[in-house]
Design a protein around this ligand. Structure first.
Ligand SMILES: C[S@@+](CC[C@H](N)C(=O)[O-])C[C@H]1O[C@@H](n2cnc3c(N)ncnc32)[C@H](O)[C@@H]1O
Length: 357
């Protein structure tokens, strides 16, 4: 197997369907955003022709968490379209995403929209959403959950952490903040191009709460402390840990609205609704019920492993497919699972609409 060199581009989620199995926290935030997507599906303008109605899912990963929102959107559209009109769903993600797991999920999961709707069809695009990836004016309804917090690249090293929200380094914080602003505009600009006139886009993303808190603090502190232990015992080098960063950001309400401030719209899009809210700590709720601290820690560790360990491992000299990545994963999983605590989960849900003209 060829080993990927250290890269500034974020790695996809853990493969072999692991993200599908370890993304229950994300599913709770999605459930809280479904009403917005259903509202969009009920109100979006639809042409009276016979051409397919396109739903795009930006940053689908392995698909399990896309099933509920896409099914909800299809059901709401069907009330307007009837059973015959083609609905074409396009799932998109980075080229290295586990698309096999996505297609198996779509085929086999009992909750798949393909099982419920004979006139719904599926396809996938393996390209970054920081470019145009679908035809101009083609998308009726866009959906993106837990994806746009991932930046297009690591803009700088974070000398004192792996998550910039917990860094005290002004230059790193400034570089991430600039990249976050530029990436958000880029994402919006291309979606503005791809949406059909009047089309709607619903975005769910990690956010900063009113006090500027990013959340997940105990988890990220344990993660960084474990990395420092690994440096101390010689398992990883100073250079490797210096390269490690999770290029995700929480955006504040003001950050998310910034592109719209000057003209009231941006790239033909207007921000119809934006809410910052607190996601439910599903694992904390499980713990309150069952009192099993081992399971509590293991669940948060699996969450972390599925979403961010591949990106950290890509900074190892042997890359994320090298033998040392296995050791890194094991040690980090043990470290972050050791002393679980309740977590705050700031999220933002947003409805955007493209102008009709
Ligand atoms: C945390 S997962 C979210 C998956 C799913 N939407 C959910 O809500 O559970 C984030 C996904 O966004 C994808 N992603 C990150 N940056 C991306 C980019 N530039 N273009 C397309 N997908 C991207 C990742 O590969 C990953 O599959």
């Amino acid at each position: 197997m060829t080993q990927a060199p250290p890269s500034d581009i974020p790695a996809p989620m853990e493969g072999h369907g692991a993200y599908n199995r370890s993304s229950r926290v994300q599913a709770v935030g999605i459930a809280a955003t479904l009403p917005l997507l259903e509202q969009a599906a009920r109100t979006v303008p639809i042409s009276s022709g016979v051409e397919p109605v396109v739903i795009a899912d930006y940053g689908s990963s392995q698909g399990h968490n896309s099933l509920a929102p896409i099914d909800a959107a299809i059901r709401a559209l069907r009330e307007r379209l009837g059973p015959i009109r083609t609905i074409w769903v396009v799932h998109t993600d980075l080229p290295d995403n586990d698309f096999s797991a996505l297609f198996h999920t779509l085929e086999a999961d009992p909750a798949s929209y393909l099982r419920r709707d004979a006139a719904a069809f599926t396809s996938a695009v393996g390209r970054s959403f920081y470019g145009q990836i679908l035809p101009t004016d083609s998308v009726t309804l866009g959906w993106s959950s837990w994806a746009v917090q991932w930046l297009s690249r690591r803009p700088a090293a974070i000398p004192d952490h792996v998550q910039v929200a917990y860094s005290r380094h002004p230059a790193a914080r400034a570089a991430y903040s600039r990249q976050a602003a530029a990436d958000w505009e880029t994402f919006l600009a291309w979606r503005g191009r791809e949406l059909a006139p009047g089309g709607r886009l619903v975005v769910l993303t990690m956010a900063l709460d009113e006090s500027g808190e990013f959340g997940y603090r105990p988890l990220l502190e344990a993660l960084y402390a474990t990395l420092m232990e690994l440096v101390e015992d010689g398992s990883i080098s100073h250079e490797e840990v210096f390269r490690m960063a999770i290029p995700t950001v929480g955006r504040s309400q003001a950050d998310l609205l910034a592109p719209f401030v000057a003209k009231g719209s941006f790239a033909g899009l207007s921000a119809e609704l934006l809410e910052v809210f607190s996601g439910e700590d599903r694992f904390g709720s499980d713990f309150e019920r069952d009192g099993d601290s081992g399971a509590f820690g293991a669940r948060w560790a699996a969450f972390c492993r599925a979403s961010v360990f591949p990106t950290l491992a890509s900074s190892l000299d042997g890359g994320r497919d090298g033998p040392r990545a296995v050791l890194l994963d094991e040690r980090l999983e043990k470290g972050v699972g050791a002393a679980p605590q309740p977590m705050t989960i700031p999220l933002a849900r947003m409805l955007l609409a493209k102008s009709r003209s």
